[in-house]
Design a protein around this ligand. Structure first.
Ligand code: NAD
Length: 352
């Protein structure tokens, strides 16, 4: 287990058990060098307990990178609450999880993730203040969409040397909370949309509202477009799909778009500019983190818009170093975390 923690780069791993409610939970903390670790809480069935531990461990580092490149005073963590078999009292379970989070005294701030809902965050808030994504903060998706919109503009400026999206063709895979809000912004900016979703109602909405052209879900990779925006599933950029792409840019909200790290290099080899997912999709995290810090509105939106300039910086650095953007982003995030750790150590030394 310690070896696995070392590989995942974690500082600490916590297990919470509450037999009365059936709580079996894991909190993995990757870094608190820049501030309290923030990250979602998965609430899913796991066939094997070890899979739940592995899930929390493998996802914590990504949250540190995301928070660091978003310029937030937070580190990264991830929690898993294993959904009990059979009947259970969800309220009691979430309250027990809140107490578990609270015992960490603010080292970790929890948030929504696969399987958990805003209503769960509201329950958790009754037992800890270290929770975000409550109903008071609202749906993060429109803020994620704003960040992706700014990211697409930055990528278009860099690769196509255009300041406007008017007349560009942009394909969107997945028209859910983020995809639909993004489609609205792109349509307002004058882009032509090609869309796909496995849910026909969502596709129809985009046809009617934005004059989008629909293609079958598995044909979205073949669309000839300026920008492909994956806003549905993870691992969709892989050895099978990348050779099919006929776009200059890939920039979308989906988490973990690269099936394996090598796919970032594969995109580059195909001449495609890739906006790393955890950089471009940080708008929702920025929203919930700033809401937690009681900062909203114009200051939040300005911070989300910085995603565009962060990406421009990474694109330029990748060009200069002749490297893939995802690799440059990881290195940049690591250096921010190391700088924070060094500065903390220096302060501790001074106060010793
Ligand atoms: P969502 O569940 O609301 O929407 C996902 C959409 O993808 C659905 O409409 C679904 O039908 C569609 N879809 C599923 N399989 C598909 C397929 N094979 N082809 C085409 N479409 C398919 O999710 P969301 O909140 O809009 O998030 C979208 C992505 O962005 C996810 O990967 C999510 O993890 C990521 N993300 C979301 C946020 C946020 O604020 N919501 C923040 C960061 C990252």
């Amino acid at each position: 287990m310690l070896k696995q923690m070392e590989t995942a780069g974690l500082t600490d791993l916590h297990f919470g058990l509450d037999p009365a409610s059936g709580l079996r939970a894991i909190i993995a903390i990757h870094s608190t060098a820049r501030g309290a670790a923030i990250g979602g809480c998965r609430f899913l069935h796991y066939p094997r307990e070890q899979d739940a531990v592995t899930d929390a461990m493998r996802l914590a580092r990504g949250m540190s990178y995301k928070a660091a490149l978003a310029g937030l005073p937070h580190g990264g963590g991830k929690a898993v609450v294993i959904e009990p078999e059979g009947d259970y009292d969800r309220t009691a379970l979430m309250q027990a999880f809140g107490r578990f989070v609270d015992e960490l005294g603010g080292r970790y701030i929890t948030a929504m993730d696969s399987g958990s809902e805003v209503s769960d965050m509201d329950i958790i808030e009754t037992t800890t203040r270290f929770v975000s994504c409550t109903s008071a903060s609202g749906d993060p998706s429109p803020h994620t969409a704003l960040g992706v919109f700014e990211g697409i503009k930055a990528a278009v400026r860099h690769r196509l040397e255009r300041d406007s999206l008017a007349g560009l063709s942009i394909s969107i895979q997945g028209l859910g909370h983020v995809g639909h809000a993004l489609a609205a912004m792109l349509h307002d900016a004058g882009a032509r949309l090609i869309v796909a979703d496995i849910n026909p109602t969502r596709v129809q909405q985009c046809i009617e509202q934005f004059g989008a052209r629909a293609v079958p879900a598995d044909e979205i990779y073949d669309a000839e477009v300026d920008v492909f925006s994956p806003c549905g599933l993870g691992a969709i950029l892989n050895a099978d799909t990348i050779p099919r792409l006929k776009c200059a840019i890939v920039a979308g909200s989906a988490n973990n778009q690269l099936a394996v790290d090598e796919d970032g290099n594969r995109l580059r080899a195909h001449g495609i500019l890739y906006a790393p997912d955890y950089v471009i999709n940080a708008g929702g995290l920025i929203h919930v983190a700033l809401h937690h810090a009681r900062i909203d509105g114009a200051r939040r939106d300005a911070k989300i818009r910085e995603i565009g300039s962060t990406l421009t910086h990474l694109f330029n650095e990748a060009d200069r170093k002749n490297q893939s953007v995802h690799h440059v982003a990881d290195l940049h995030a690591e250096s921010l975390l190391q700088a924070a750790a060094a500065s903390n150590a220096e302060q501790e030394r001074r106060h010793a």
